[in-house]
Design a protein around this ligand. Structure first.
Ligand code: FMN
Length: 382
């Protein structure tokens, strides 16, 4: 079972196509969309596609090793599952499915603060191997309580996301009137009816809610007040002063997610962070922004010896992952591809997506003649 691979969907584009048919449009749009004109969403792809790698074919070669050591743990592959909020809206129980698959395949799964599964539940299904992503609460009491819960649930790694100083302007969601749980408008009901697998799975799993944050929400809060509650309570600007109390309290590895330039990476090093994730939130926040793959090389050349540098945004294949690692990343994350996987294949979607990326990356490394992840940079053309 752990090696599950469905040959009908060998790559992420196949999974996306199938998932699109099975997920109601308002939920698929939430997953797929970027901000404003979606320029940075497209840019992430074109820039990643521009990376070129060079083979060394005549050198003696005896196979490739995909493992990577991070924070004292040896992971099976140099990629993990990025935090995606409201995952249960796209496919019921997807956080559980993905966290379980990641634990089984020994790669990191990052649980979002705004997930539809509670942090305690995910700690249980992932056998304590998941990482937790924090949107820093403006309320000190909520922040401390979340940190206490993360510690009690024995999360090993804390990821603080800093690239949502304001809520992204996403036309698709505005037009759809996106809400959690979804509004029962005629349009939405028709979309749900056209996706019977999703509707049945949702009926069995129950209406998705933000389980981790539920204890802090006023009881019986109307759906249309949720966005305002989120903005006031957990989203918002996190500057370096806001990060200091977290660094002081959290003794484990601390990762700052959502940086794109040298100035912020330098500040993260000064803070005492253990790693950064170079990311533009998958093109969902700043439509005129750079793609992380563009700034990655410069940043890793300058700061790679002082802090671990990870990257996400726009990676869709083993070859894209190899390109990001060759450009200097120590590790990579992917967001949408894993949710496409679960949308397309349900309970098997996590294992299938991980396995197909491992197969692709293994082929690329064998083709390059690259025996270990840390040598990929020797194969970068541009
Ligand atoms: C639907 C959706 C929801 C997301 N929710 C979160 C979140 O709750 N926290 C967070 O740090 N990042 C969130 N992200 C950003 C991802 O963690 C990641 O940076 C991004 O998806 C990477 O780009 P990719 O989808 O092209 O791989 C979200 C992304 C998507 C697509």
């Amino acid at each position: 079972m752990s090696d599950y691979f469905n040959p009908k969907y060998p790559d992420v584009a196949d999974l996306k196509r199938h998932a699109k048919k099975r997920i109601p449009k308002f939920a698929f749009d939430y997953l797929e969309g970027g901000c404003m004109e979606e320029i940075s969403l497209r840019r992430n792809r074109t820039q990643v596609e521009g990376v070129q790698l060079r083979s060394e074919l005549l050198k003696p070669f005896s196979g490739s090793d995909l493992t990577v050591d991070l924070f004292g743990h040896k992971y099976a592959a140099p990629f993990g599952i990025a935090p995606v909020g409201l995952q249960g809206l796209m496919w019921p129980k997807s956080p559980e499915i993905l966290a379980k698959a990641a634990a089984e395949k020994n790669i990191p799964y990052i649980l979002s603060t705004v997930s539809s599964s509670s942090l305690e539940r995910i700690a249980q299904v992932s056998e304590g191997k998941a990482w937790f992503q924090l949107y820093n609460p403006t309320d000190d009491v909520i922040r401390q309580d979340l940190l206490n819960r993360i510690t009690a649930a024995q999360y090993q790694v804390l990821v603080v996301t800093v690239d949502v100083p304001t809520f992204g302007f996403r036309p698709r969601d505005i037009k759809n009137g996106l809400a959690m749980p979804p509004k029962m408008t005629l349009k939405n009901i028709l979309q749900m009816l056209s996706c019977p697998h999703w509707s049945l799975a949702t009926a069995l799993a129950g209406t998705p809610e933000m389980e981790t944050l539920k204890p802090y929400m006023p009881k019986g809060m109307p759906t249309d007040e949720l966005a305002a509650f989120m903005n006031k309570t957990v989203m918002g600007r996190v500057d370096i002063e806001g990060l200091k109390p977290i660094r002081d309290t959290w003794k484990g590895p601390l990762v700052i997610k959502g940086l794109i330039n040298e100035t912020d990476v330098k500040a993260a090093i000064k803070l005492g962070a253990d790693a950064v994730i170079m990311s533009n939130h998958g093109g969902r926040q700043l439509d005129a922004g750079e793609s992380p793959i563009e700034t990655l090389q410069g940043v890793t050349q300058k700061y790679g010896s002082q802090i671990k540098i990870f990257m996400d945004s726009g990676l869709r294949s083993g070859s894209n992952i190899a390109g990001a690692l060759a450009s200097g990343a120590d590790f990579t994350f992917l967001g949408r591809p894993f949710v496409y996987g679960v949308g397309a294949l349900g309970d098997n979607g996590g294992l299938h997506t991980i396995n197909s990326l491992v197969l692709q990356l293994t082929q690329i490394m064998n083709q390059l003649g690259c025996s270990k992840v840390s040598d990929l940079h020797q194969h970068l053309v541009k």
